[in-house]
Design a protein around this ligand. Sequence first.
Ligand SMILES: [Zn+2]
Length: 116
Amino acid sequence: MRCRTCDRSARHWDWFRRERALRMHWTVPTCSRVCLEVRRQRGVVDPNEFELAAMRRAGDAAGEFIDALGRTDMARWTPAEWVSFVETICGAYVDALIDQQVAVNAAAAKVQGLPG
Ligand SMILES: [Zn+2]
């Protein structure tokens, strides 16, 4: 049986807990508590257009980082280089989301007659 959220093998985790009775495992097979919660809030799984745009920008930043480093073999990166790489991706993702929020706020301010 496959997890309904991530397609890994579903397990009978927390089978001894009342809310995770066997019946629930059969009706909502999941591999973990996280996947069960994600399934309950299904919108979290599929990225929306803003998240996809942020991912593209994070991907571009990752490529620029690697180009600047000049070494594509990640196994040979130092721990500090790896941390910088992750910071670059996460930072670009968050920046992209914030930039989109700022743009949406400015657009909303126009129709609300508020200063942008
Ligand atoms: Zn899962």
